[in-house]
Design a protein around this ligand. Sequence first.
Ligand code: CMX
Length: 136
Amino acid sequence: MKILKIDHLGIAVNSIDAGKGFWTNILGLKFEGSETVAEQKVTTAFFPVGESEVELLESTSPDGPVGKFIEKKGEGIHHIAFRVENIEEALKELKEKGVQLIDQTPRTGAGGGKIAFLHPKSTNGILVELCERSEK
Ligand code: CMX
């Protein structure tokens, strides 16, 4: 498998509106708009940083993955996403190497790219996302 770059860092927040001031007003990052991914019960907001992005994640429901994460651990880093050249190939290779996959096949994530998650139990406690997108 080929990892191209860190695509984004996902940060769980109670509220994007309340939380985005630090990233924009204080750090000077550009807010690129938000998008709700209904299937994931989450609203996401992206802030480009060089070749990567910060993604704020606000839960739309307490029983979604981000809602449960915040209830247990509070706000903070939720996942790290690596851009890969070929996500199907990467998942096949990781499965063969014994990594526990959350998604056996890719699904559609924010921005329309293909995404898949690896279980934190296989990755030193960090939720890892793989993503494949055609654009920069
Ligand atoms: N990072 C690290 N560890 C995490 C975690 C996270 N984000 N979320 C849960 N865990 C831990 C739990 O604390 C728990 O640890 P312990 O067993 O030590 O207590 C363990 O993982 C398993 O937790 P669980 O209660 O059995 O399972 P959950 O129902 O909490 O589900 C997970 C955990 C990772 C499988 C689930 O959140 C998931 O499938 N995530 C992938 C999808 C997702 O996160 N979507 C939101 C982002 C969408 C986007 O960016 O577009």
